[in-house]
Each structure stands twice: as C-alpha cells, then as structure tokens.
Design a protein around this ligand. Structure first.
Ligand code: G4P
Length: 200
C-alpha cells in the first residue's frame, strides 16, 4: 500500500534491535485519514471472506481495526490485556509472550462477543514473531468461530511471524512488508534501501 509505505519512509524511524518507530501516525499520534484508507485496503483484500466480526488487541490494533470494521459494517472486538472491572468470568483467555517486550500477557475476550457462527478478521498493527496474532486465533478457535484471515499493517518480514502463522494454516495479508532495518535503513520487501533517519 503506497500511502502507508510513504508514511513509513517519511514519518517512521529506526530504533535499535530491529524496531521501527511509527508513533507519528500509528502507535501514539494517529493519522486518521491514513487509517481510513488502511481500513478500506483490508476490506478490499478480504472481500471474499464474508466477515462478521473484526478482532484485535489493545491498544495500537484498535485504530486500523476500527476503520476496517466500520467499512464492513460489522462489530469490532478488542482483546484486553488487563481484565476490566466490569468483566465477568465468562471469558476466553490466551497467554501471549512478547519477545520484543520480554513479558507475557494474558489476553481476555468476553464470550458474549464471539459465537461459533462468526467469520472473524483478525487485525493487528505489527507482525513480529506472531505471538499476538496466534493468541487471537486461539481465542477465535475456543469460541468455535472461523478465522477468515489475519490483516497486518506492518510486517517485519525478517522475523518469523508470517512463517509461524502460515504454518498454522492461516492467511496473512500485510499492507507493508519490511525486509530489513539494517544500518537504520528501511528496506521494503522487493524494494531497494531508502535513506532513513535514526530515531531521537
Ligand atoms: P508478536 O506479537 O508478533 O510476537 O510481536 P512481539 O510480541 O514481538 O510484539 C509485542 C509488542 O511490540 C506489540 O505491541 C507489537 O505491536 C510491538 N512491536 C513489535 N515490533 C515492533 C516494531 O518494530 N515497532 C513498534 N512500534 N512496535 C513493535 P503491544 O505491546 O501490543 O503495544 P500496543 O499495541 O499497546 O501499542
């Protein structure tokens, strides 16, 4: 998706350890018009899937998922990393280990918001090792629902996430695929390196 790649090139920056900083438009400040187009692009790519619900994980997955769900006219559900005060014990849970953050989170979704009839589109902002996405597929499977596919805004193709998810038999669509962040340069898959600034 060209608009997204341009945003990454112009407003993203490379941190150490292969981490891309995109807080100018995705992880902190949100570029709403870019999110609208990201939502439309997800809908275009999963056009054939008869989606009934979109599932993501708080917090940065919510903005792009909101736009896709709105475009599809279906509900958006987000998995919580901390159980809310009002949440009953009637929940699905899954444990996800974050390699980037070196911590495990127990994610939770109320059983009221997923049913066996659902065809669920899972969306997340980043795909690194795939643990968050697989935690969400685990929850969909617990509900007896169908995973229609997994939509990712930014895939770090130099990590194992896509491979791990595809080995489990799920379809992945990523709107931007990053081959490398070596030497503070962002290289998209099949593209030549572009000069990029180092994050301050
Ligand atoms: P995985 O789910 O694919 O295995 O990834 P991992 O555990 O490594 O990622 C954990 C968190 O770090 C996730 O955010 C993920 O979006 C984020 N992350 C991973 N790689 C990058 C990166 O290169 N740049 C940025 N900006 N984030 C990255 P989270 O903890 O769920 O945070 P948030 O959604 O509350 O913002």
């Amino acid at each position: 998706m060209e608009q997204l790649k341009r945003a990454i090139e112009e407003r993203g920056s490379v941190l150490t350890e292969g981490v891309l900083k995109v807080d100018q438009f995705l992880n902190h400040q949100i570029d709403t018009s870019l999110m609208i187009n990201i939502g439309k692009e997800f809908v275009r790519r999963f056009d054939d899937c008869k989606i009934t619900r979109v599932l993501t994980i708080e917090s940065s997955g919510i903005a792009p998922s909101f736009m896709a769900a709105n475009e599809l006219n279906v509900p958006l559900v987000f998995a919580r990393k901390k159980k809310s005060l009002t949440m009953s014990d009637n929940v699905y849970t899954s444990s996800i280990y974050s390699f980037t953050k070196q911590e495990t989170n127990e994610i939770t979704v109320s059983k009221n918001f997923l049913s066996p009839k659902d065809h669920v589109l899972i969306i997340d902002d980043f795909l690194a090792n795939g643990h968050a996405a697989l935690g969400l597929t685990d929850i969909v499977e617990q509900a007896g629902a169908t995973v229609a596919g997994i939509g990712i805004v930014i895939e770090k193709s130099f990590q194992d996430g896509r491979k791990t998810i595809e080995e489990e038999g799920y379809r992945v669509e990523s709107l931007a695929r990053i081959q490398s962040l070596h030497d503070s340069k962002i290289t998209f898959l099949n593209d030549l390196p572009i000069n990029n600034k180092i994050a301050k």
